[in-house]
Design a protein around this ligand. Structure first.
Ligand code: CUK
Ligand code: CUA
Length: 765
């Protein structure tokens, strides 16, 4: 049975080279009528016009949002708020084959803790790599709060490449943040714990429990973190929180908040008041100022000690060398956001209605003059709060995070308790505007708003609660990301987007034109190591190799068949399958799934991915392509046969399902010759135009040429069998020849349509 009948297939091809269909008849209904029918106001329509991205058009900004407890990253466009992708990071995700092929399992294995698989991550903060303080669109980093891990995503293919586990922390939160040239990526601890492995009673909290900040060295050339060049600075057992790197005048320093500087240990069951009471007693907490450039030099000079094999500068060394200071900050602080010019650090306290703007210059002057207000119990000098402040502004109840506008001095702060965004001026210290959001905002994000060159235009409010905003879907509600227009004096709410995947904390947005992702891999590519795959297979070189009890399959996929189509193994064999997708065409991904094996590969054009399993249960296991890649996608199938131990081949002769005659062959041959005529006219149409000026058409033409070469090969086979009057093989190979023709024609028509729609010119007649 064929998906496209030969007749209609041909008709479609013929239609393709004729005139395109008349424009669809639009309904006569006008805008006023639609507004009336749907109950829309002028304001609604204006908001819709500001967010609507017409079919076929693209967004101006791309957002990378944390996926919260899903352990993934959500990619969406602004202003349309259309979700484009979920990037698998800490959690298996079958569509991308993540955790289902050997290559990505190796990435997940990097995230093991004490030998255990950790297949969940609590993602909080994405960060885009920077060059000279400007987003460069090359890499994305994301953290896991629950397990102290960091992951690296390469934005050339939007895949997770690396995961590192913090060697001294048990949990983390403040991170990742990058230096202006992405030399280091910062990760700050959250809940204090012993830095060495092993048990230490809570009674020794003050003496043995510690916090820390880790500076991971990033090798931009290879796009990987280098643990051997990374180091930490030991910190007191205050719960470190959000952080930021200095830039411009403050480059070389980093800033890390902390809460619970009371060092309170709860224990409700022991009759002690809870953590929340003991951690909110003092009027101020501390942020840590660390001279990380000098810390890196100290490590090189051998002044670090090894903890779990990792370089760490102790508090004592940090104090003696003058690289660590504390600054009082508003109670239970959260955000720490350095201004684009690097002169100010804005901090909000969740239990204070003010945001505090600290002056880097003032703090440095205090340090230079050794003008300290005191020392903490660990001997760290404390700066005077008032002397460090530039200004203090009352913004609302429960301020959290701050982002910068492209307009000088303008910032936006999320107000959790009041469910508002406050727009204010941090130079003059005055509130400019407020807008209500729905509900309980956490982070907010402006376009490139944490870089040295914020782009303004839009703000996304990442709300914790959606409550009544969407159609109900049970007690677990989606999150609500609200898009706000910040181009004018007054903020305007434009759109509500439900986020149905975990609780995002932070997101970053980059100008879409800075991203240049590839559409295909170099043939036979291991995308996780970004090298040619050791077990790639070239067309025609497919094979099955047995070595003792190990069977290695070197296979390929291309529309619409998998080679090999039959894999025979014995019970107990270890089976290793390497599949290479031979496609070059954009978006021609094949999947490869085998019944009952937990194998699903995603084979993007050029990719090689592998599956390893033990064939422990004898039986028949169909495998197939899981992406609807072509008309004969359903026929992209095969069988894994696992023969029982000691199985004796029986002398059974296979019978053909259908027997073909000369008449069948002649009919197929005639169809193929006619089809070739149609293809020739499409080829003529394309080559008569300046198609070489359109890179995506050039790619299509290459792909079509490849299919036509396959068609020529199978044509020879069919005609060879016909010469021997083997009508069975002749007819079947003629059918395959036609399949290749159909694929070539399909690609050719796509190219033709593209040329028509993009104003190609006739260059020859
Ligand atoms: S955190 Cu959740 S709202 Cu992890 Cu940056 Cu502030
Ligand atoms: Cu390949 Cu479906």
């Amino acid at each position: 049975m064929k998906f496209i009948s030969k007749k209609t297939g041909l008709a479609a091809l013929a239609f393709g080279i004729g005139l395109s269909a008349a424009a669809a008849a639009w309904s006569a209904e006008n805008l006023d009528a639609v507004m009336k029918r749907r109950g829309l106001t002028q304001k609604d329509v204006l908001a819709a016009a500001k967010t609507y991205v017409p079919t076929g058009k693209r967004d101006e900004f791309i957002v990378f949002s944390s996926g919260g407890q899903s352990g993934q990253v959500i990619v969406y466009g602004v202003p349309s708020m259309r979700i484009l992708k979920y990037i698998a990071v800490f959690t298996p995700e079958p569509w991308q084959g993540y955790g289902f092929d050997d290559e990505s399992k190796a990435v997940l294995a990097q995230g093991r803790i004490d030998g255990k698989d950790i297949l969940f991550g609590d993602n909080h903060h994405p960060a885009i790599s920077e060059t000279n303080g400007v987003y460069d669109g090359r890499y994305l980093f994301i953290n896991d709060k629950n397990n102290p891990r960091l992951a690296v995503i390469d934005l050339h293919d939007f895949e997770t490449k690396q995961m590192v586990v913090n060697p001294i922390m048990k949990s983390e939160h403040g991170g990742p943040f990058v230096t202006p040239n992405t030399d280091y990526v910062l990760q700050a601890a959250q809940y204090p714990a012993p830095l060495e492995k092993g048990y230490v009673p809570l009674e020794q909290f003050n003496e043995k429990y510690r916090g820390a900040v880790t500076y991971w060295k990033f090798d931009k050339k290879i796009g990987r973190l280098d643990p051997s060049q990374s180091f930490s600075v030991e910190l007191p057992p205050y719960s470190q929180d959000l952080s930021d790197f200095g830039k411009g005048p403050s480059d070389g320093w980093s800033f890390t908040n902390s809460f619970c500087s009371e060092r309170y240990v709860g224990g409700i069951e022991r009759g002690r008041p809870p953590f929340e009471a003991g951690c909110s007693q003092k009027d101020t907490d501390f942020f840590h100022m660390i001279n990380w450039k000098k810390a890196a030099e100290l490590v090189k000079a051998g002044k670090a000690k090894k903890v779990n094999g990792h370089d760490m500068i102790s508090i004592d060394t940090a104090v003696a060398e003058g690289i660590l200071y504390l600054v009082p900050e508003p109670k239970s602080p959260h955000g720490m956001d350095v201004s684009p010019d690097g002169k100010y650090m804005i901090v909000s306290g969740k239990l204070d209605s003010h945001t505090y703007v600290f002056s880097f210059e003032k703090m440095m002057n205090l340090i230079k003059a050794k003008d300290f207000a005191g020392k903490d119990p660990y001997g760290i000098p404390i700066l005077d709060l008032k002397k460090s402040l530039h200004t203090q502004v009352q913004v609302g109840l429960g301020p959290l995070h701050t982002q910068y506008d492209s307009k000088p001095c303008v910032v936006y702060t999320s107000i959790y308790v009041d469910s508002q965004v406050t727009k204010w001026d941090y130079c003059e210290g005055k509130v400019l505007d407020k807008i209500s959001i729905h509900y309980n905002i956490g982070h907010l994000m402006t376009m490139e708003g944490d870089s040295m060159t914020p782009q303004g235009k839009y703000l996304v409010s990442l709300n914790k609660l959606a409550i009544d905003r969407f159609n109900p879907v049970g007690p677990l509600h989606p999150q609500n990301h609200q898009l706000i227009d910040i181009s004018g004096d007054k903020m305007q709410l434009l759109y509500d987007m439900p986020v149905p995947l975990g609780e995002p904390h932070y997101a970053v947005a980059i100008s879409a034109d800075k991203l240049k992702p590839i559409v295909r891999y170099k043939s036979g590519w291991n995308s996780r190591t970004d090298k040619r795959h050791a077990h790639r297979t070239r067309p025609g070189k497919e094979k099955v190799v047995r070595d003792g009890n190990t069977v290695r399959v070197y296979g390929t996929t291309i529309r619409s068949h998998i080679t090999p189509e039959i894999i025979e193994v014995n019970e107990g064999d270890k089976v290793i399958i390497h599949m290479t997708n031979l496609e070059r065409a954009e978006d021609e991904t094949h999947g490869f799934a085998i019944s009952g094996t937990n194998v699903n590969l995603s084979l993007e054009p050029g990719k090689t991915a592998s599956a390893t399993f033990t064939a422990d249960v004898p039986g028949v296991y169909p495998y197939y392509c899981t992406e609807f890649c072509s008309a004969l996608h359903l026929e992209m199938q095969g069988y894994l046969l696992v023969k029982p131990k000691g199985y004796k081949e029986a002398a059974v002769k296979a019978t053909e399902g259908t027997v073909y005659t000369k008449a069948d062959y002649d009919k197929q041959h005639k169809t193929n010759v006619e089809t070739q005529g149609v293809i020739d006219s499409v080829v003529g149409y394309i080559t008569a135009r300046n198609y070489a000026d359109f890179p995506s058409v050039v790619a299509l033409v290459e792909d079509a040429t490849e299919q036509l070469n396959f068609a020529a090969d199978t044509k020879k086979k069919a005609e060879g069998f016909a010469a021997k009057e083997d009508w069975q093989n002749a007819t079947l190979w003629a059918g395959q020849w036609w399949q290749y023709q159909v694929k070539a024609a399909d690609i050719g028509l796509r190219a033709k349509t593209y040329l028509d729609q993009n104003g190609a010119k006739v260059i020859k007649k």
